[in-house]
Ligand binder design. Structure first.
Ligand SMILES: [Fe+2]
Ligand SMILES: [Fe+2]
Length: 534
């Protein structure tokens, strides 16, 4: 192939991070009812950094505190963080008001005579929430608010103006943890202020495979002369290889892309689970990257909304090549924002919700939603599913962070799903305290003791072995362990050989091997084949 020297491709290792008020975007930070509560939390963290930067700097020298509420910048960034606080306070004044209104409404519900009609409260609901909220009791007379989320997305409360994308070049796996530190505009990155749904996002990403003049990149990214040299470093004349060819055998090929991301392919279909892909740059260990995906993905399956499974950064990269996304249905409560509504508002054309034991017929098989217990700090969150995938008569269950709290569930499921070829199960059995993810949304105080008792834990060895006894898979894969080196920015994990997650999963692998069940814990890259049925 020939090309003129003045046309370039976007390099495969140019990262595009979606941001909200310059913080890494994930569901609760984008969804209109919860985002303001997280914006308030971010302001608090940044103000703490401004007040005592040396405490944050000292904390970040202790690897055990990665993941804590400490800004990971040096004292030299105090000025930049101060500017961001000022801009955020000014531009996000409506978010601050919204968060205050939610708190006020919660207090009103709490002070209302328990069990008495809520009707008289409607005129007293803070004005900016009126018409967006329904008040109700559960069967124990606990009052709560429910947002009519679809209406919020159509209101000024959906703050698209807070959305931007940060482009920078990633040449090694280390990437700063993103939940406690904002992203700043710096000399080595380009901040593109545009809504995530903008066509410009797809146009820029298409330039990974279609060459264009530098001027076209400049125009799309709004880059001035000052950042032109940086922009040029994002470009290459190297012709990219075409997308991976589809699997065309008679069985089912499963490729492990890291963490909970699997590409499950039959001759007819390509299914991708919980996409969290590595960009391509030279790094060890070897791994599959975006370049190893086929041109078209028929179905993306999302197991739950945690940022290491529902990763907006990766999903945006794939938006133009995904035919449909299957997400678990939420219960509409404050703590359970709808993934479907978010994806629809981000411009994904076909988003389907599935419920427990609801099935989606696909070419050559079916995808069945399975109950997923636990791992959400006992919050009433319904948007979580494991999936039973049947293609060409072969079967796999992808259970992500499911915690087998109740073995009877698997006894009953075993009767429904029948023989199972492959089980993929996460064993992050010592998860973060629940406030780590959900803290900003909690309207009532959560004592430390409660917080520690409600950690976001997946299955340990005993529980995982119960699942295996009850589902009798022919092979077991312990996945979704967050071990891959390119995922440090969302996982904040540092495993050692004594880490309970590894000790417990080693124990499980041994348990399987003793029973003649093929079992492994894939790391970075793996491929397996479910042979065709004879
Ligand atoms: Fe999770
Ligand atoms: Fe996870």
């Amino acid at each position: 192939m020939t090309m003129t020297t003045s046309s370039f491709y976007l390099r495969p290792n140019v990262v595009m991070e979606p941001l909200i008020t310059q913080w890494y975007a994930w569901l609760h930070l984008v969804a209109p009812a919860t985002a303001p509560l997280y914006v308030i939390q971010h302001l608090k963290i940044m103000q703490s950094f401004l007040a005592h930067p040396q405490i944050h700097v000292a904390a970040m020298k202790n690897p055990d505190l990665i993941g804590g509420p400490y800004v990971n910048y040096g004292i030299d960034k105090v000025g930049d963080v101060r500017s961001l606080v000022e801009v955020t306070k000014q531009e996000e004044a409506p978010s601050v008001e919204f968060a205050a209104a939610v708190q006020a409404l919660d207090m009103m519900l709490n002070e209302h005579p328990r069990g008495m009609s809520l009707e008289e409260l409607y005129p007293k609901v803070p004005a900016l929430l009126r018409g967006y909220v329904e008040l109700g009791y559960d069967v124990r007379n606990q009052p709560s608010m429910r947002f009519i989320e679809r209406m919020l997305y159509r209101s000024e409360h959906y703050r698209e103006s807070a959305q931007s994308l940060l482009l920078w070049r990633m040449d090694r796996d280390e990437r700063p943890f993103i939940f406690s530190t904002p992203r700043l505009e710096e000399s080595d990155n380009i901040l593109l202020r545009t809504p995530f749904r903008s066509d410009a996002v797809d146009e820029i990403l298409a330039l990974r495979h279609r060459p264009a003049k530098v001027g076209h990149f400049q125009e799309l990214l709004g880059v001035g002369a000052d950042k032109e040299p940086l922009l040029r470093s994002f470009l290459t004349e190297d012709v990219p290889s075409p997308p991976a060819s589809r699997y065309d055998g008679d069985g089912v090929r499963i490729r492990y892309f890291g963490h909970a991301c699997l590409l499950i392919e039959s001759k007819e279909l390509a299914i991708l689970t919980d996409p969290t892909l590595s960009y391509r740059y030279s790094a060890e260990p070897a791994r599959f990257t975006y370049d190893d995906l086929p041109a078209k993905i028929d179905h993306v399956l999302i197991t739950h909304a945690h940022a290491d499974h529902f990763m907006l950064e990766t999903l945006l990269q794939l938006r133009s090549r995904v035919e449909s996304i299957v997400v678990p249905k939420s219960n509409g409560s404050l703590q359970d924002p709808s993934m479907r509504l978010l994806l629809e508002n981000l411009g994904f054309p076909r988003v389907m919700e599935l419920e427990e034991l609801e099935s989606l017929e696909v070419e050559g098989g079916a995808i069945l939603g399975l109950p997923f217990l636990g791992e959400h700090g006992d919050l009433d969150v319904r948007s979580k599913l494991a999936y039973h995938v049947r293609l060409r008569g072969r079967t796999a269950v992808v259970a992500a962070d499911s915690n087998a709290l109740e073995p009877m569930l698997y006894r009953r499921l075993g009767e429904i799903i029948g023989p199972l070829d492959a089980l993929f199960l996460g064993m992050e059995c010592e998860g973060a305290p629940m406030s780590w993810v959900y803290g900003p949304m909690l309207l009532a105080q959560l004592a430390r003791k409660m917080d520690q008792s409600r950690r976001l834990c997946g299955s340990n060895s005993r529980r995982a072995s119960e699942i295996i006894d009850l589902l009798s898979p022919r092979q077991v894969h312990v996945y979704a362990m967050g071990q891959e080196p390119w995922l440090g920015h969302v996982m904040g994990l540092r495993y050692t050989s004594e880490s309970p997650q590894l000790v417990e999963s080693n124990e499980l692998l041994e348990y399987c091997h003793e029973r003649g069940i093929a079992a492994e814990r894939p790391y970075c890259k793996r491929e397996l084949l479910l042979e065709p049925l004879s």
